[in-house]
Design a protein around this ligand. Structure first.
Ligand SMILES: Cc1cc2nc3c(=O)[nH]c(=O)nc-3n(C[C@H](O)[C@H](O)[C@H](O)COP(=O)(O)OP(=O)(O)OC[C@H]3O[C@@H](n4cnc5c(N)ncnc54)[C@H](O)[C@@H]3O)c2cc1C
Ligand code: FES
Length: 259
């Protein structure tokens, strides 16, 4: 059941020059609508006609008197700039929890791959699998690889790649996925979120090694609930699915990567 609710910001921290981490009190939203890691909330950004903006659940917890939910987002345009200017004590209009997240088993072991603003939802997967998973995090430069400390605490192993070589491996995350899978294929699945070219490459490597792969497609969104066509994704079988309602997570083999 999705809920629209006014949610109070209980903490806010800048992770780098452009990225904010916020914790919200969300009433009983986690208890009533959490299906597992990889879902998102649709947050009203602005007082005018501006649409809601989809932001992944980074971490969430059933709690008393209210459940809590953390998001981490980068300022990209008008909506996220408005959101970044909100302060502790302000309330946000939040619709959630939306979408279908990753198919994960708490006792499973996964290779989690997050690129840029695709890093936050992978943290939920790390927490869900209680320290057994490996994380591969990528960004344009060292400061863009957000939440590293959380993954260090919540994963068995963390590898980092940066486009400019300022931290970790100099290159893209799919090279690290290849390196890891060639040393250890004993993962239940590769779970990935990030820009489409990254997802395509990660999916290709996973397929080469015969490891199942799920991808979270961060398409542009309108309504967030299946009522418009902004978020359609082309599937290999010729059908079109809504990232907001059918996804955002899909089996990588279902996606038409050439569309
Ligand atoms: C399911 C889902 C989960 C998401 N989770 C997160 C998250 O956890 N953290 C986070 O920082 N962002 C996340 N995003 C992306 C975020 O929704 C966009 O960055 C945001 O909507 C931009 O709004 P804006 O008004 O600030 O910018 P706009 O003015 O709308 O756009 C500014 C720039 O951002 C680009 N942009 C817009 N939407 C997206 C998108 N979906 N993906 C990539 N680039 C986009 C535009 O092309 C443009 O260049 C998620 C998107 C989806 C669909
Ligand atoms: S965003 Fe409107 S149908 Fe998905």
């Amino acid at each position: 059941m999705k809920v629209e609710r006014k949610c109070k910001i209980v903490s806010k921290e800048w992770l780098n020059q452009d990225a904010v981490y916020m914790v919200l009190e969300v009433g009983d939203m986690v208890r009533t609508s959490c299906k597992g890691p990889g879902q998102f909330v649709h947050v009203k950004c602005g007082d005018g006609l501006l649409l809601r903006r989809p932001i992944s659940v980074c971490s969430c917890m059933e709690d008393e008197p209210e459940d809590t939910l953390a998001i981490a987002f980068e300022v990209r345009g008008e909506g996220t700039a408005w959101l970044s200017e909100r302060q502790v004590g302000d309330t946000l209009d939040v619709l959630g929890l939306l979408g279908n997240g990753f198919q994960v088993r708490p006792e499973g072991r996964y290779l989690l791959v997050g690129g840029g603003i695709g890093i936050p939802p992978m943290r939920g997967c790390a927490q869900y699998t209680q320290g057994r998973s490996t994380a591969i995090l990528g960004g344009r430069s060292a400061d863009k690889v957000i939440l590293q400390n959380c993954f260090q605490d919540e994963c068995a192993k963390v590898l980092v790649a940066t486009d400019d070589g300022s931290l970790g491996y100099h290159g893209f995350v799919d090279a690290l996925v290849r390196q890891e899978l060639s040393e250890d294929k004993n993962y239940d699945a590769v779970l990935a979120c990030g820009p489409k070219p990254m997802l395509r490459n990660v999916a290709k490597v996973a397929e080469e090694f015969g490891v199942p792969c799920q991808v979270s497609m961060e398409e542009r969104m309108g309504c967030g609930v299946g009522a418009c066509l902004v978020c359609v994704c082309d599937m290999k079988d010729g059908t079109r699915k809504h990232a907001c309602k059918d996804g955002p997570v899909f089996d990588s083999k279902e996606v038409d990567w050439d569309a």
